[in-house]
Each structure stands twice: as structure tokens, then as C-alpha cells.
Write a protein of this length. Structure first.
Length: 92
């Protein structure tokens, strides 16, 4: 024979627990929770400050490259910025 069954928690109680868990995870992802601080500490210990500067510079360059691509495609799509159509010049 088994012992008494554990009382079942209501669906509302389970939902409230789940919401609290998700809110805690969101705080961690936003950088305000304990796990992000551990990650930052680990990164600082593993990489010298100069490496961080290089990574930030590389990220900036990638964003600038994306800006050039976006500008290029905007010019191709926007009729006001397109160059005039080709002109055929007859050769005599």
C-alpha cells in the first residue's frame, strides 16, 4: 500500500509558478540576473581588454557593411533614386 497522495496544485497555481520562472529567465537574458554577471566575469577573465576592443570594432565594421548593402538595395528599389534608363544611341 502506498502513502497518501500529494494534493494536486490548481492550474492557476501552476500557471503562476510558470510565469514567475519565465520572468526570472527574462531578467537573466536582459542582463539583470545572476547568470549574465557570471558570463561577464568569465569573459573578462578569459579575454584581455584589447581583444574586447577588436571584437567591438569588428562588430561595428559588420554593421557598417550591412548599412552599405541596405543603402544599395534602397537605391535599386526606390524609383526616385534610380538612374535614368539606358539610352540607345544609333551609330552611323
Amino acid at each position: 500500500m502506498t502513502g497518501p497522495a500529494a494534493p494536486r496544485r490548481s492550474a492557476t497555481s501552476q500557471l503562476e509558478d510558470r510565469i514567475a520562472e519565465l520572468e526570472q529567465r527574462l531578467l537573466e537574458l536582459e542582463g539583470r540576473g545572476p547568470s549574465m554577471e557570471v558570463t561577464r566575469t568569465y569573459f573578462r577573465e578569459m579575454f584581455p581588454p584589447e581583444a574586447g576592443r577588436h571584437f567591438r570594432t569588428a562588430a561595428r565594421e559588420q554593421l557598417l557593411g550591412l548599412r552599405v548593402l541596405v543603402d544599395h538595395w534602397i537605391k535599386r528599389v526606390d524609383p526616385e533614386t534610380r538612374s535614368s534608363p539606358r539610352e540607345t544611341i544609333p551609330i552611323e
